[in-house]
Design a protein around this ligand. Structure first.
Ligand SMILES: Cc1cc2nc3c(=O)[nH]c(=O)nc-3n(C[C@H](O)[C@H](O)[C@H](O)COP(=O)(O)O)c2cc1C
Length: 320
């Protein structure tokens, strides 16, 4: 399970970072993988409203968001954490949120479905100084649309009032325990999923398609990785195109070496796409080979045919 924390307070050791840490520490304790992006330390340019993403599906601004998009796509759970500034998120977090428009465009302008969309979860953590009834309303509304743009179901908010000085949250009677409890509650079903590795040589076509279909059809039951014994630099553009014909969005995916998988990630099942792959042995994992032809240097029709075979194999696989 992979959890992405988004930190929005510019204050070192502020209430937001402490609250987010309580949440993420619980995820780690339970065996989840965690990455935190600190929006206040990243170079994130404001959205220019240029419309490139709506036409082409990507943002042309060259900054740290380009590394954030793949993480937003990979996350099983995204936690947005921000102090309240003028009844909204901080400016740094708002810039990050606005730039998620590139992902919004892929879905709503280009009609492409992120394979993880149906199962990904989103959660909001917020803190503010005052006690106002409506203190979190604006930020909750923004978070709702942010999570929709990044393809995550909005699971709710923990918002804490009357916290002003850095460290005030440490005196709060329940906040840190509640953040830990919520993390455990959200992580539990994700951690129970069966771990599957789809492997091929280049991790550019077949294993990427298998992973995407499995994620899309049964991401609630399977935690999926794909990797290759000799990965290429980029995924195959023809594969990306034939998957787009089926509405499946393969953006932001990169080939990965089997040796680059996290050390502590132990698959329950390893599925190789063709017997040319020298898979390392994963003790205790079920193994099977789908014996699919390598489409990497073949025609588009050949790629379509392999795509359909992969889809069918995945449909059978998830029923087992
Ligand atoms: C520019 C600015 C705007 C703020 N606006 C609000 C506000 O609208 N409502 C509120 O309750 N607190 C407001 N605060 C207070 C912070 O939300 C509060 O100090 C919070 O605990 C800071 O969290 P942190 O320690 O994680 O940075 C504001 C603080 C700053 C610096």
């Amino acid at each position: 399970m992979f959890v992405l924390g988004l930190q929005g307070s510019p204050r070192a050791k502020g209430n937001t970072t402490t609250l987010l840490s309580a949440f993420l520490d619980e995820v780690r304790k339970r065996g989840g993988r965690v990455v935190t992006l600190d929006a206040t330390k990243m170079k994130v340019l404001p959205c220019l409203g240029c419309g490139t993403c709506e036409r082409k599906g990507y943002c042309p601004q060259d900054d740290d968001m380009q590394a954030a998009y793949p993480l937003l796509r990979k996350a099983d759970l995204t936690v947005l954490a921000t102090p309240i500034y003028f009844y909204g998120a901080t400016a740094q977090m708002k810039a990050f949120i606005d730039r998620s428009q590139a992902l919004w465009s892929r879905k709503y302008a280009l009609d492409l479905e992120d394979p993880g969309r149906k199962w990904r979860k989103g959660f909001l953590l917020a803190v503010g100084a005052t006690k106002g009834k409506n203190l979190f309303d604006g930020t909750i509304l923004t978070a709702r649309y942010f999570f929709d743009a990044v393809g995550a179901g909005f699971e709710g908010t923990l918002g804490y009032r009357h916290l002003d000085k850095a460290g005030d949250i440490l005196k709060h009677p329940t906040a840190l325990a509640e953040a830990g409890e919520k993390a455990g509650e959200l992580a539990a079903p994700l951690l129970k999923r069966k771990k599957v590795l789809f492997a091929c040589r280049e991790n550019a076509c077949r294993s990427q398609m298998a992973a995407a279909f499995t994620r899309q059809l049964a991401g609630d039951r399977f935690e999926v990785e794909s990797a290759g014994s000799a990965p290429t630099r980029e995924i195959n553009p023809v594969m990306e195109e034939v998957m787009a014909e089926k509405g499946v969005d393969m953006a932001y995916l990169k080939p990965c070496a089997i040796s680059e998988l996290p050390d502590d990630w132990r698959p329950d099942a390893v599925v190789s796409m063709g017997c040319e792959v020298a898979c390392p042995t994963f003790p205790g994992a079920d193994t099977e080979d789908w014996d699919l032809p390598d489409p990497s240097k073949e025609s588009m029709d050949f790629m379509r045919n392999v795509r359909d075979q992969v889809e069918k194999r995945v449909e059978d696989f998830i029923l087992k």
